[in-house]
Design a protein around this ligand. Structure first.
Ligand SMILES: C[S@@+](CC[C@H](N)C(=O)[O-])C[C@H]1O[C@@H](n2cnc3c(N)ncnc32)[C@H](O)[C@@H]1O
Length: 202
């Protein structure tokens, strides 16, 4: 147990470590976790970059079980939203947020195509659509995966990010730079260049 530093009144929370987080996952997700979910220390830095200029509503595009949202929210007063297309995984994400007593995390069960990015003021992107190109790395068989869906999701995200106002922050993890619209400029990186902070220009 540890003392919370994300709320004003002190509350005792479960310690958030790779081990404690993984202990709540079913076996197949424990196995997938290293490849598919952001490490806690990385999420902590990404969350701090995303919120240091005042962002209050952060969207994780393809949230999985909410590991980025939970890890970042644990050290922040901003609200971390994740959109996740797999119902069972979104449900588990909300259960985990409860286990870690975080009220500033919401995992929304939906497809990115139904999300209006203007409802958020900063964004996190960790290769969410890649499984449509490499089926072998998929999390489970709950949703259809097709090569052409990669392009559909990619184009929609690109269009929405391009419409964000100047100064909007985006963090990518293990992404290819082509996933970021050319109107964003890279400001910082960490973890051998795998974590990048981008800021929308005029
Ligand atoms: C690599 S995991 C990232 C997990 C999380 N962002 C993290 O860093 O811990 C990508 C997730 O994106 C979800 N995803 C992929 N395409 C999506 C879409 N079109 N709409 C919503 N979620 C999607 C997948 O189901 C998967 O759980």
């Amino acid at each position: 147990m540890s003392l919370s530093n994300n709320t004003e009144s002190p509350v005792y929370q479960l310690e958030l470590t790779e081990e404690s987080f993984n202990s709540f996952l079913p076996d197949y997700l424990k196995y997938a976790s290293r490849l598919h979910f952001t490490p806690i220390e990385t999420a902590k830095i990404a969350g701090s970059w995303l919120t240091e200029a005042g962002a209050r509503r952060i969207l994780d595009i393809g949230a999985g079980v909410g590991k980025f949202c939970i890890s970042a929210a644990r050290y922040s007063n901003s609200h971390f939203y994740g959109v996740e297309q797999r119902a069972s995984i979104a449900k588990l994400g909300n259960q985990l947020a409860k286990q870690f007593q975080l009220q500033n995390v919401s995992i929304l069960h939906d497809n990115i195509l139904n999300v209006n990015f203007s409802d958020y003021d900063a964004f996190y992107l960790f290769n969410p659509f890649y499984e449509n190109l490499e089926f072998a790395k998929r999390l489970n068989d709950e949703v259809p995966l097709k090569e052409k869906l990669y392009r559909t999701y990619f184009n929609y995200t690109d269009e929405q990010l391009s419409k964000a106002k100047a100064g909007t922050r985006l963090v990518t993890y293990h992404g290819n730079n082509f996933e970021v619209p050319s109107s964003y400029k890279k400001e910082r990186d960490a973890f051998d260049g795998n974590l990048k902070l981008w800021i929308k220009q005029d």
